[in-house]
Design a protein around this ligand. Structure first.
Ligand code: KIV
Ligand code: ZN
Length: 506
């Protein structure tokens, strides 16, 4: 799609006015810098008539604004506000005056105490006045506050828009000042306005998020004709906030729209803004929330792992790198998790494990998680060490004593009985298996591998690891490991771990 959205940011105005401690000029300059780095082309930097500080901030930002960024100041439809705003935005290379008045029947009657005719006249006069101050190329935005509440008087509102356009408005903004009902109702109204106005008029939407649907309303309004999308970083704004910029940008991008902003700055910006605004990003916040890339159920973990290096993921809307997010998809281990996550976490931590072993130890992990809730990586690794290298069961190795070359005595217990059995063989593993056979515990070893570890990979000081495969009496082949400073003992430990594993699965 060649039509591009035009982002008009309201963090510094609607967002700022909702903060417990509105930003000072220095902070506004910092937020402004973040906005320009994101590539946002139009920024409403404040409401100059609201306070001396806001007037100064708007003026300052207008002075430092880049040539290609529209700087807008808000004003009610009163001369004093318009004059203050005009003065403050004047230094900008691309100044815009944004004036607004409520047009919903409810607000005109109960808040403004004005008739529709009076409101329309005020709107036209305000735009005419602004134009007289800004000149013939004036960039003027007019908003019908509470547009979302104007279902019954939409004809009047459209008539007013046509008149303010004649008076000089170049952008018509349609605010869903309070989100009360369906997205579709709002979008249909946007479409009606779009069809009723000249095509060179910039149609804009400004959605609040009272019911949590502002992103949907904004995205769908774009497809209904609105080009200017008023959004705020982190969704800051009055009450439940304004439309969240990141969500709209990504949703349009995912829908095949060319969105000319720097996506890679999104995540970092979100964290900075949260800090500056003292408004936490909630755990489940889309895209930027700490939990937005977390998978806890076995099925989701399996899909996430299988597609983790792909652009499209089985259980994520975007590749995290799109928004500059560096953390991997998080696999949280709970009672709902599966062996893929266990395998992945242990492998990612640098420890050896096969999928079969992960499957075998997963029930122990789930059991612990049932009691504790989500396990930390350390708790998971503790279980891994116990269940892989120190498998508890009826067999317990005491020692493998070497008498002479290829002749050993195996000391062990089985249940409560102690055995001291001689075993001859070609090396300790052979001798150990022969001793076990003599004691009536014959085993079928089908694979043996010795892994020398030159560094302290396992963090236990052990330098030898034995990996064996043994066939259980039921025909199942199990993998077992032994870990020790001595190769001979690592071998025997692997055999005893295997005996206890086989005992458990038989
Ligand atoms: O929500 C709203 O209606 C506004 C207007 C000033 C555009 O913020
Ligand atoms: Zn608003």
């Amino acid at each position: 799609m060649s039509r591009q959205p035009f982002f008009y940011d309201i963090t510094l105005r609607d967002g700022n006015q909702s903060l417990k401690k509105p930003w000072n000029i220095k902070e506004k300059v910092e937020v402004f810098r973040l906005l320009t780095e994101l590539g946002i082309p139009a920024i409403e930097v404040g409401f100059p008539a609201s306070s001396e500080m806001d007037f100064e901030a708007v003026k300052r930002l207008a002075e430092i604004s880049p040539d290609n960024v529209t700087i807008s100041g808000l004003a009610r439809t009163v001369e004093h506000d318009i004059l203050r705003a005009v003065e403050a935005i004047q230094p900008a290379k691309k100044p815009r005056l944004h004036t607004f008045i409520a047009m919903s029947p409810f607000n005109m009657k109960y808040v403004l105490n004005k008739s529709p005719e009076e409101v329309q006249k005020t709107a036209i006069e305000a735009v005419t006045f602004a134009k007289s101050k800004l000149g013939k190329n004036a960039d003027i935005e007019f908003s019908a506050e509470h547009f979302g509440d104007c279902m019954e008087n939409l004809d009047f509102v459209i008539d007013s828009f046509q008149k303010v356009v004649k008076a000089g408005a170049t952008t018509i903004n349609l605010p869903n000042t309070v989100e009360r009902t369906r997205v579709r109702t709002f979008v249909e109204m946007v479409e009606k306005v779009y069809n009723a106005l000249p095509k060179d008029i910039n149609i804009s939407v400004h959605c609040h998020n009272d019911l949590g649907m502002a992103t949907a309303a904004t995205v769908e309004s774009f497809f209904a004709g609105a080009v200017q999308l008023e959004t705020a970083l982190n969704g800051l704004g009055e009450r439940a906030g304004n439309t969240n910029f990141y969500e709209v940008a990504v949703a349009l991008h995912n829908s095949g729209v060319d969105v000319p902003i720097d996506f890679s700055k999104i995540y970092e910006t979100a964290l900075i803004i949260s800090d500056m605004a003292k408004v936490a990003i909630y755990d489940k916040a889309p895209l930027v929330g700490p939990e937005a890339l977390a998978h806890r159920s076995g099925i989701h973990q399996d899909g996430a792992v299988k597609t983790k290096d792909m652009q499209k993921g089985a259980y994520r809307a975007i590749h995290p790198s799109l928004i500059g997010r560096k953390d991997d998809e998080k696999l949280g281990v709970t009672s709902q998790s599966g062996k893929t996550a266990v395998y992945e976490i242990i492998s990612r931590a640098g420890y050896p494990i096969t999928l079969q072993e992960a499957g075998r130890i997963t029930p122990f992990i789930k059991e612990a998680a049932e009691k504790e809730g989500e396990l930390s990586n350390k708790e998971l690794l503790d279980i891994y060490f116990q269940q892989v290298f120190d498998v508890k069961g009826s067999f317990h190795i005491l020692d493998l004593e070497k008498i002479k070359e290829n002749d050993y005595v195996l000391h062990f217990t089985f249940k409560n009985e102690t055995f001291h059995i001689e075993g001859k063989g070609n090396g300790p593993i052979d001798a150990c298996l022969n001793a076990l056979k003599s004691a009536g515990f014959e085993q079928k070893l089908i694979h043996y591998e010795q892994k020398a570890m030159d560094d302290d990979t396992m963090g236990s000081g052990a330098s030898a690891m034995t990996v064996i495969k043994m066939e259980a009496p039921n025909g199942k082949v199990i993998i077992a490991r032994g870990l020790d400073e001595s190769t001979a003992i690592a071998n025997v430990k692997a055999i005893f771990n295997a005996l206890n594993i086989i005992e458990k699965i038989s």
